[in-house]
Design a protein around this ligand. Sequence first.
Ligand SMILES: Nc1ncnc2c1ncn2[C@@H]1O[C@H](COP(=O)(O)OP(=O)(O)OP(=O)(O)O)[C@@H](O)[C@H]1O
Ligand SMILES: [Mg+2]
Length: 224
Amino acid sequence: MKSIEQSELWRRLRSAKHGVIIVLGTGQWGKTVTVHSLIAGGTFPGRNVALVNYPPSFVANHSYPSNYRAVQWPDDLNEIMDVIHPSCDVVVVDDAIFLAGARDSSTRGNKGLQKMMTIASHNELFFLITIQNSSMLDISMFQSQDVYMIHKHMDLVALQNERDQQMISQTVANILLSRKMGQHKNINPKSWAYCSTTKEMLCFDLPPWWEKNMSKPFKGMIPS
Ligand SMILES: Nc1ncnc2c1ncn2[C@@H]1O[C@H](COP(=O)(O)OP(=O)(O)OP(=O)(O)O)[C@@H](O)[C@H]1O
Ligand SMILES: [Mg+2]
C-alpha cells in the first residue's frame, strides 16, 4: 500500500502553487479527517491553514497545530486579503454548504468564494472543500481548471442525487472503496479515499494531533 507521500496526488500538489481539492462523501465517513490528514502529510509545506468560519474559540480549545487559525469570511470581498494571505495559506472550507451551497448561489459568501476560486491561481492559494454530495455545491466550484476530486464512501440515496458528471466517478469510488475495506480488515474503513483526478486509492490516517471533537466544529450553532 502506498503512503500519501508516494501518491500521484501528493506529487502533483507539491509541485503546484494553487488548486482546489474537493472531498465528497456521506456524513461521518471521514471528510474532515481526510483534509487534515492530507495537510499533516506535508502536502503544503510552509503554509498556514485558515479554517473558514470555524469559531475562534473552537480552534483555541483544541490541539490544532500552531499554524492553524480560524478566519471569518468577510461580507465585503474587498476585505478578503485582510483575512487570507496569498501564497501563504491553505484555505479550508469545511461543510461548504454553509458558504457555497447550490441553493444559495446568489449569496455574497457564495459569489465571493466563486471569485476567489477563479483567482486562486493568481493568489497562489489552495482551497480544501468538504461537502456530502456535489449536487449541494455550486456548480462553479467544479469548473476551475485545477480541481482535484477525492471521494469517500457515499451512501445510495446521496449517490442517486449526484451531479451527472460525478455519478460515474463516485460509483467507481464506492466499488473500489468497498473492495479495499474488505481486503484490509485491520485498517479503519473510514481511512480509504479514491482520487478520481489521479485515479488512485489513498489511505488517510488520523493526524497525530486529532481529537474526536474536531469532527464537530459547528456543534450547537448554525454557521452564517
Ligand atoms: N482514518 C480514520 N481512522 C480512524 N477514525 C476515523 C478516520 N476517519 C474518520 N474517523 C472517525 O470518524 C469520525 C468522523 O470523521 P469526520 O469528522 O472526518 O467525518 P465527516 O465526513 O467530515 O463528517 P461530517 O459530514 O458530519 O462533517 C472522526 O471523528 C473519527 O472518529
Ligand atoms: Mg466534517
